[in-house]
Design a protein around this ligand. Sequence first.
Ligand SMILES: [Zn+2]
Length: 305
Amino acid sequence: MMKLFLAAVLSLAAAPALAAQVNAVASFSILGDMVSRVGGDRVAVTTIVGPNADSHIYTPKPSDAAAVAGADIFFVNGLGFEGWMDRFVEATGYTGALVVASEGVAAHAMEEEHEDHDGHGEHEGHDHGATDPHAWQSLLNGVLYVQNIARGLCTVDADGCATYTANAQAYAAELTALDATVREQLEAVPAERRKVITTHDAFGYFSDAYGVTFLAPEGISTDAEPSAADVARLIIQIKSEDVRALFIENMSDPRLIQQIADETGVTLGGELYADALSQPDGPAPAYLDMFRHNVGLLIPAMEGN
Ligand SMILES: [Zn+2]
């Protein structure tokens, strides 16, 4: 009886230690999940751009500014992903810790092939020559994000640093293991079949890491409509190369891809998670789930190419 009583008292006494020590804000859902994994119980995470939402063209709300104003640390992707970020940070007057999660990633520029073929140079509104911001689409880049997150949390909460470092190591081990699995699974698909059409150029790092070619009517940002000529060229390419892996994205307008499906007679392979997670009850509520889901859709679709 005494033991039970003591246990109850001890668990009550321990309860306050579980309250979050750090208020963190993350710019988008994938990053928010990573911060939660590294921060554990010590960190309360608020995410600005939520599930299934588009970070490229987001308009911050007053509640976002309030969240940042009360934050100890603010995590952003960087590489130009959040086009609204500089104005937002300036408007909020935020002067706390700011961590660019992609720091140290070997960034690459957008591939401009499909715009350069026509020879007339620029399309208005496209992010020409801009850096591709979608670095999380390589799991090993995800490991870099996790290390940057842990380092950032250590600067604002030294007492928790050992916890963050341990969480980051365990999480990075999961990411590295999935990376190896994904490589192995994709290598089993014949190289000439590894071609995919999706809405916007979000899979450049995936392409480099895992040897899959992605073709997209839209550029690296979703802020501009592709021209009719871009779409026509893509349709010709789909027909001439007999590409059957055609996908919509969770945070992009599906109409253009649906039009391409109609015009080519190709059946949609499903919905890839590019720049945002799903809702908690969806197929991609976390970064690791997102990767498993995408690869699980890509492989059977590419095998049909
Ligand atoms: Zn994107």
